[in-house]
Write a protein of this length. Structure first.
Length: 404
């Protein structure tokens, strides 16, 4: 595993390696020497700034650069990080106000709310909620409470901008059978609320029956806030990050801190991962932690990872996305096609159970919001969506390949 990890790490750009070291709260003394060497060898600072923005770790990076005070770091980079950090602090305070207001309103209606990630997780991991940036407020409610929750949020000026909000082609209840959340945004405050009724990413679902039995409470902002249990949170973060091909490195940083804090049971995690069919996804996450952040793991766990060939396979694909950093644009059509193939292979292989793999394939034939945007049909002609859906999906993928 060590040589495997070393080969991958050496492919990372100096800018990305610097970002990892500056945003990892568990950096060691030897990392300081590595940072000095990276900076002295020459850093493309515009690229570095771009990566910090892309991965949304500006507050963590600024905190480190401020104490580092290295003479070779351009002043404009430090100023830019300072401004991004200030903006994040201001946004966080604004979101806290909305968070408390909405949470209180939902609870007054008797709605049981579970907060996914967000401020409770930031406080638990970093001890400072401004160190973990958040774009939206993720709230989980029971499906039967969704209609009441929607009314509460809409009364506070939040708008659901969605084709289904004006179209009657796809009944909302039918759409909810294969979707997981509604996204509301406040046009003036620029704050978004994601209202979830299940935790489902790429066919990987943590059932509500399991969630209800594992809830823990934390005290914040003068009130008790419900959040996922330690093992369930760790698994959900692994599923969420994997489903999004680790687009943001901040997701791995969260898991890195959870693993290091060790407030969980490995036995329970693997029992849950097996029951949910996500062992491969979880092992892949641990591989990425070792390769990129040198997260310490028990030998029994590293032995398990070593034997999981499929986890290594999808970890390699994920690492290619991470190494690219979204900066490579001059690719041939053949390279773009290969990338799309790898992406679909990755998504398909995340599901170890054949039932989920079949469900993943069958979803290509289920009408989506993109189909509604393409053509509006009456309920009587709803069946036509099942015909055009796979063709529309294939067409969109071809367009995406051309744009990469």
């Amino acid at each position: 595993m060590q040589s495997y990890a070393g080969n991958i790490y050496n492919k990372l750009s100096p800018e990305f390696r610097l970002l990892l070291l500056c945003s990892n709260l568990k950096s060691k003394d030897k990392d300081q020497d590595t940072i000095d060497k990276l900076i002295e060898s020459g850093i493309n600072w515009p690229v570095f700034t771009h990566l910090v923005l892309h991965h949304r770790v500006y507050s963590l990076v600024y905190r480190y650069l401020r104490t580092l005070a290295h003479p070779s770091i351009p002043n404009e980079v430090v100023v830019a990080m300072h401004q991004l950090n200030q903006n994040n602090c201001h946004k966080t305070l604004q979101m806290i106000t909305e968070f408390v207001r909405i949470l209180q309103a939902l609870e007054e209606k008797g709605i049981h709310v579970i907060v996914i990630k967000g401020f409770p997780l930031a406080q638990q991991l970093y001890g400072d909620i401004t160190l973990r940036s958040s774009r939206d407020l993720d709230l989980l409610v029971h499906r039967e409470d969704l209609w009441t929750a929607r009314k509460v949020i809409e009364e506070y000026g939040y708008i659901w901008k969605n084709p289904l909000s004006v179209s009657k082609s796809i009944p909302l209840k039918k759409w909810m059978d294969w979707e997981k959340h509604l996204e509301y945004c406040h046009p003036q405050l620029e704050v978004c609320v994601e209202l979830h009724w299940r935790l489902d990413c790429q066919e990987m679902n943590i059932p509500f029956s399991l969630i209800d039995n594992s809830i823990i409470s934390t005290r914040m902002f003068g009130r008790s806030i419900n959040m996922l249990g330690h093992e369930e949170m760790l698994l959900y973060l692994a599923i969420h990050g994997s489903a999004h091909k680790w687009l943001r490195i901040k997701w791995l940083l969260d898991i890195n801190l959870i693993v290091r804090k060790r407030k969980y049971s490995w036995e329970k995690i693997y029992l849950l991962s097996d029951n949910l069919g996500v062992r491969t996804v979880f092992n892949q996450t641990l591989i990425l932690l070792q390769v990129l952040l040198e997260t310490p793991l028990p030998k029994t766990i590293t032995d398990l990872i070593e034997k999981d060939a499929k986890a290594k396979k999808i970890a390699m694909i994920a690492l290619k996305y991470i190494v690219d950093n979204g900066l490579e644009t001059n690719k041939s059509l053949n390279e773009k096609a290969i990338r799309l193939y790898q992406q679909k292979t990755y998504e398909f292989n995340m599901n170890s159970k054949w039932q989920r793999q079949l469900s993943y394939l069958s979803k290509r034939f289920i009408p989506s919001l993109k189909d509604v945007e393409l053509i509006s049909l009456s309920k009587r002609l709803y069946f036509i969506y099942y015909i055009i859906s796979p063709f529309n999906w294939f067409y969109r993928k071809i367009l995406n390949v051309m744009k990469i």
